[in-house]
Design a protein around this ligand. Sequence first.
Ligand code: NAD
Length: 319
Amino acid sequence: MKISIIGSGMVGTSIAYACMIKSIVREISLVDINKDLAEGNALDLSHGNPYIPSPVEINGGDYETTRGSDIVVITAGRPQKPGESRLELTQDNARIVAQATKETLRYCENPVFLIVSNPVDVMTWAAWKASGAPRSSVIGSGTTLDTARLRQGIAEHCHIDPRSVHAYVLGEHGDTEIVSWSSANVGGISISDFCSSCPKNSECRRDDEFRQIFEDTRDAAYRIIEKKGATYYGIGLAVSRVIQAILRDEHTVLNISTVHEDFGGLRDVAFSVPTVIGRKGAERPLPLKLSDEERKGLMRSVRTIHETIESIRGQLQEG
Ligand code: NAD
């Protein structure tokens, strides 16, 4: 029941906070290249212990504090510099993620890696490559957050509890992600049947409304970053949910990113599909039932991730 979080910035600290107040871990270690930041955040969080159901041992420091972790969460990375290309940032962050993966393996035996740093699908591949671990034990937060945004959007529109909405964002966590509307349902009823039974059906312009919900989901990070500079609370809660599913061996279905052996002829590419999660990490992806258009969209998305992986592969191997 010990987790370590590498990168004690806004996202790393939000994950720690969410795990603490939900009492899903016994021990948390925070590591950051800025050791003072990790230590300061650990101290600050520890002062909440008297007010949560189950106190958590929390330390900040260097990699030695990660010893014996069941899960290693990686949120380390650096922000984009003005004028810098996305590829340059990707190369640097892949180096950071690969190094963090190798360092933690000196202190932790067979941990599940949970990657959050962006671009998360490419970083998941980088961690998998660096770790030499089985595919099942390297997970990316993938589209867990996007899926939550989608469910919340549908829930608000339909005046229904978001937990009763089952709809998934697939593919890249980013601009090419898609929604599987053909499998979306509310309480087990297909979304189209649910809409037909809605008292407001005659006045609802469903196609336009759903297109807007998808665009708002896909572009949410841009909107939030424009308003407050970064996103962290939503991802903190989403990642804490994945951590809970692993530590409690829940066999829960969540939309996480894993390195798939083959998709449409593309090998070793990480992307998100609904996946059963338990104590060892990703147990198995669920088979997808998609319309032709959705399948084409997913293929486009996976190809985009694959191209980015190919563009940094050499550099990562040299490193
Ligand atoms: P942040 O700048 O607040 O924190 C990043 C931290 O990483 C910093 O404290 C920095 O000192 C640390 N760091 C940098 N290099 C390091 C290294 N070599 N070793 C250890 N620590 C190192 O950024 P943030 O807002 O916390 O975001 C972190 C990452 O999470 C970013 O890549 C961001 O894009 C990503 N993110 C992902 C999602 C998602 O859904 N996957 C959502 C939000 C943010």
